[in-house]
Design a binder for this molecule. Structure first.
Ligand code: TXD
Length: 314
């Protein structure tokens, strides 16, 4: 059987770390694409030279164009700018929308049947850019953010309770960023709701720290964004698709009526398998949780409204 082929666009921190994980996890051959001359080629060669030592058979190549990406099964989109001082969120959105539109349109021309995993921020809006530009059905345009947000919450709960992160399950819905909706009610330690195990104060503090996202990491690093945990999130999605594992994972999905929401990308639990996004999993929400999810989706929709109307029409 043919080895899967994965294109990773953007050879920066998230892209290169993702290529590292994908190849050493034996998931497929990787083509790393970036505009910087020599960088994707150099990083791909460096990663491939680890193969004899760590024993994997995945090929890695780097490129500045999309020729080598032809026939990819999965396209992971990480290229883009990080927000610089003085840059508004809207400025970042405009700049990254242009980058995403160009990269996605060029890559899907070479891989018409691929599944796109979006990573570039602002995540939910960039998913919409990719959906419009590619013309792909919603099953094949999925965003990575919820796995990261829930992983952060799980890590904080594990730290608080002194238990393995493996024993902690968390659920976070909504847009990626400030308006995410953590659901402590559905967050458990070995099946027991965390609301029964931690005081309200401790839980609120954990929820707040989770909602800060990578902010505290950016502060520590003084530049850039988090990348080890984000790359791990992409890995989990690619793994579930390529190995048709049908894991239920929180991802940004183009909703079509689920949770009472339509035509907007929002983070929800969904099933990932060989066909991509194979179904939305809908836990019952309280009126308050539903209102928070709708508010979060409203924020994403307002940002999507600022995208150029002709995006994807040429
Ligand atoms: O949860 C999530 N979804 C996220 C998203 C978690 C972490 C990071 N998140 C976002 O991913 C972040 O806000 C950025 O929008 C992307 C990539 O983050 P990364 O940390 O990898 O940024 P880098 O290191 O600056 O890398 C970006 C690369 C860099 O090498 C550029 O040269 C390249 O993108 N780039 C391009 N490549 C190809 N084509 C074009 N047009 C292009 N423009 C920039």
């Amino acid at each position: 059987m043919k080895k899967p082929k994965i294109t990773v666009i953007g050879a920066g921190n998230v892209g290169a770390t993702t290529a590292h994980r994908l190849s050493e996890g034996h998931l497929g051959d990787v083509v790393l694409v970036d505009v910087l001359e020599g960088v994707p080629q150099g990083k791909a060669l460096d990663l491939y030279q680890a193969a004899p030592v760590v024993h994997h058979d995945c090929m890695l190549v780097g490129a500045n164009d999309y020729e080598a990406t032809a026939g990819s099964d999965i396209i992971v989109m990480t290229a883009g700018l990080a927000r610089k001082p003085g840059m508004s969120r809207d400025d970042l959105q405009d700049a990254n929308a242009k980058i995403v539109a160009e990269c996605i349109s060029r890559s899907v021309r070479k891989s018409r049947d691929s599944i796109i995993i979006m990573v570039t921020n602002p995540l939910d809006v960039m998913c919409e850019v990719a959906r419009r530009v590619s013309g792909f059905p919603r099953e094949r345009v999925i965003g990575m953010a919820g796995i990261l947000d829930t992983a952060r919450m799980r890590a904080f709960i594990a730290m608080e309770m002194g238990v393995s992160t493996d024993s902690v399950f968390a659920l976070v819905l909504g847009g990626h960023g400030d308006s995410m909706v953590p659901l402590p009610r559905y967050t458990t330690v070995s099946g027991v709701p965390v609301t029964e195990l931690l005081s309200k104060e401790r839980l609120d503090a954990i929820v707040q720290r989770t909602a800060q996202g990578g902010g505290e990491i950016v502060k520590l690093l003084k530049t850039g964004s988090a990348y080890y945990a984000p790359a791990a999130g992409v890995y989990e999605m690619v793994d579930s698709i390529i190995r048709d594992r049908k894991k239920i994972l929180p991802c940004a999905v183009y909703l079509q009526g689920e949770f009472g929401l339509k035509d907007v990308f929002v983070g929800v639990p969904c099933k990932l398998g060989a066909e991509g996004m194979e179904g939305v999993f809908q836990p019952k929400l309280s009126a308050e949780e539903k209102a928070l999810l709708h508010k979060s989706a409203g924020d994403v929709a307002a940002q999507i409204g600022k995208l150029p109307a002709d995006l994807g029409k040429n």
